[in-house]
Design a protein around this ligand. Sequence first.
Ligand SMILES: Cc1ncc(COP(=O)(O)O)c(C=O)c1O
Length: 441
Amino acid sequence: MSQDFHPNVSPDHFWMPFTANRQFKATPRLLESAEGMYYTASDGHQVLDGTAGLWCCNAGHGRREISEAVSKQIAKMDFAPTFQMGHPLPFELAEKLAAISPEGLNRVFFTNSGSESADTALKIALAYQRAIGQGSRTRLIGRELAYHGVGFGGMSVGGMANNRRAFGPMLPGVDHLPHTLDLQRNAFSKGLPQHGVERADELERLVTLHGAENIAAVIVEPMSGSAGVILPPVGYLQRLREITAKHGILLIFDEVITGFGRVGEAFAAQRWGVTPDILTCAKGLTNGAIPMGAVLVADHLFDAFMNGPESVIEFFHGYTYSGHPVACAAALATQQIYQQENLFQKAIDLEPYWQEALFSLRDLPNVIDIRTVGLVAGIQFAAHADGVGKRGYEVFRECFEKGLLVRASGDTIALSPALIVEKAEIDQMMELLAAGIRKAG
Ligand SMILES: Cc1ncc(COP(=O)(O)O)c(C=O)c1O
């Protein structure tokens, strides 16, 4: 199938993000339209979307409710500042998010992306510690294999080597917990893996090393998506919560991927019964239609900022587009769809079927692990003799040719279909995936 660029458009000028630019431009994969569970590629072939775009479009593509809300809002008021000014929509949206957030996380700071949400969360944590007289708490703890976006804060606490190594010394005073991927003990676990809770205890080691009085916050993805769907071992998040609480360290959950029903419930925090102090989100907030992120913050943190004179700005941070009216309109329409169609519950209802479907791929060539929870899955392949990532890329490419969009991260294929997916589409996804895996060899 040929996917050439339009003859009048040069491929040269768009520097593509996280892409092998020269390889892509030589053999492009171009999408032109989207509806429901499907993209249509530029050569007309239908592509079943196994990834909700890029973990974004949880309500499926082409939702008229969202496009209508966006066009109405852009005509009514295209932009309004939120620095010492306001408009009703971010207040309304913040109230809606507080209503679905884990208990006590009722304050909402708006951003435009997951990266900005991560950096905002880290800044809130540092400023909070200072506000309560704990100014020596400046150290941040991330985790190996974590992805918290591409800002300097998120990159520093992140733990994916390729995302870090070209960019200098990073933020000072950052440490990393070990990751929780353990194929030896946990391969082919159904749901959360049984082994690895003790990896949370590494935090005690870091506390001993640095002193709790120097640590501001720990940030983790409850489930790492970008590094290839790495699940928290049973009890791991609870253990992190206990240790952080014991030492006055804030716990931040980065729920940019897990938010809005991906693992069932609105947030992973609720699914796994662990409440952080700060929670970041983006992507599914607007169904991917308009860039937007948010940081949900515990009341007591917010309150700590509200102590000085009322005329003084409490937190010197924000983005021109924080609470952008058009993004808010998209988010409000999106949240209404989630609620009306009960989509978070649908992820839980479909989970057993999804898991069984995935495990039917277990005996295919080179499959060394399958990890699933909610409506997400990672299938890991043995690395090709020619190098890490080659097999993952080949499966991704073959699947696209056959009409299925998956996401490759190294030699793991990640799947995260929209929560509107039907069983027949899951079946179709598995057939295409099996064919792609066999062809990639
Ligand atoms: C957990 C997590 N945090 C942050 C980000 C960065 O989000 P964005 O690409 O919107 O900046 C991502 C993106 O995939 C993510 O998975």
